[in-house]
Design a protein around this ligand. Structure first.
Ligand SMILES: O=C(O)CCCC[C@@H]1SC[C@@H]2NC(=O)N[C@@H]21
Length: 249
């Protein structure tokens, strides 16, 4: 039997939205959307990024989507697995076109030292498991000029000197994410973690980081089973949750 997560009738297209994540959040509150529902807009006017950042995307140029997943099988402490699914799916998709794609922990997608995609995942919880995960993704496809002060943005078009049909790219992207989701559902999370580590930006290289104690030299050596970052520094290994450490250079 052919497995499928993303059915065409579960794709919700809106010409303009404040934020696809906010729209998806509204769906969860008012209806019970099926896993595999995808909200897409061509024009996002108040896109939200990590922390309090704004996500800017030129109208009609890029993929700005929110994927609703229902990973009821996943215990809450393992929610980082959803980050792995989405970031590896995007990584797999981009690797069809580009070399030097990497995942900057926890889930920024880079090409060399430039950011091509950002991911914002918001979970809703039921009991001790996840009921819905809203996986927001901004993937720069055809945008050439960036006005925002986002650090080093790039796009698929800049990197390959071609323009892309967004619908075709969406289909390819969703196939890659679907494969990674089934890998998780099939309890192949060890394989997934191995692939995530292989794809990781700055893995096993010495770089400058900063945390609440100041700047320090260290080397990313992996992640914990809960997705925290492990950095080896002079005085031993340090373990970070998201937002507790910054990558300097
Ligand atoms: O890198 C980041 O800061 C995360 C950016 C996430 C942006 C996407 S675009 C689609 C979805 N809707 C939002 O409001 N944000 C996410």
């Amino acid at each position: 039997m052919n497995r499928c997560l993303f059915y065409p009738n579960l794709l919700i297209r809106k010409s303009e939205l404040h934020s696809t994540n906010d729209f998806a959040l509204g769906l969860i509150k008012t209806q019970k959307p099926s896993g595999g529902t995808v909200v897409l807009t061509l024009s996002q006017t108040k896109g939200r990024g990590q922390r309090t950042n704004v996500w800017e995307s030129e109208s009609g140029k890029n993929l700005t989507i929110s994927i609703i997943l229902t990973p009821e099988f996943l215990p809450i402490p393992h929610q980082f697995q959803i980050s792995c699914v989405i970031s590896l799916g995007v990584y797999d998709y981009l690797s069809e076109y580009l070399e030097d794609v990497s995942i900057k922990w926890p889930n920024d997608i880079y090409v060399g030292n430039e950011k091509i995609a950002g991911i914002l995942i918001e979970h809703s919880i039921m009991g001790s498991t996840l009921s819905h995960s809203i996986c927001g993704l901004g993937l720069n496809i055809n945008q050439i000029k960036f006005i925002s002060d986002a650090p080093n943005p790039t796009s698929l078009a800049i990197k390959t000197h071609k323009e892309y049909d967004l619908d075709k790219e969406l289909t390819k992207l969703l196939r890659c994410i679907e494969n990674r989701y089934f890998q998780l559902e099939d309890e192949k999370s060890e394989e997934q973690e191995r692939d995530y580590l292989k794809a990781m930006y700055w893995m096993n290289e010495t770089h400058l980081f900063s945390d609440e104690l100041g700047e320090f030299e260290g080397e990313i050596v992996g992640i914990t089973e809960y997705g925290q970052l492990r950095v080896r520094a002079n005085k031993g290994e340090r373990i970070y949750n998201f937002k507790e450490v910054s990558f300097i250079r």
